[in-house]
Write a protein that binds this ligand. Sequence first.
Ligand SMILES: [Cu+2]
Length: 70
Amino acid sequence: MAISEEKINVEGMSCGHCTAAVEKALAALAGVEKAVANLGEKNVTVTYDPGKTTKDDLVNAIEEEGYEVK
Ligand SMILES: [Cu+2]
């Protein structure tokens, strides 16, 4: 089981609530071990099992929270 790490650029996060919402949405997906959003860098680093979740799933979860993936 290979674990992947993906850094995804996210537009629209403006405070701690936003980063928490993005992290929570990602952490809720199957196979996601860790999601750490960085407000200053406007990105989120996700550690996940690509056998259970695809990058598209990650992007969808972020967009469903109302943030834009660049
Ligand atoms: Cu916010």
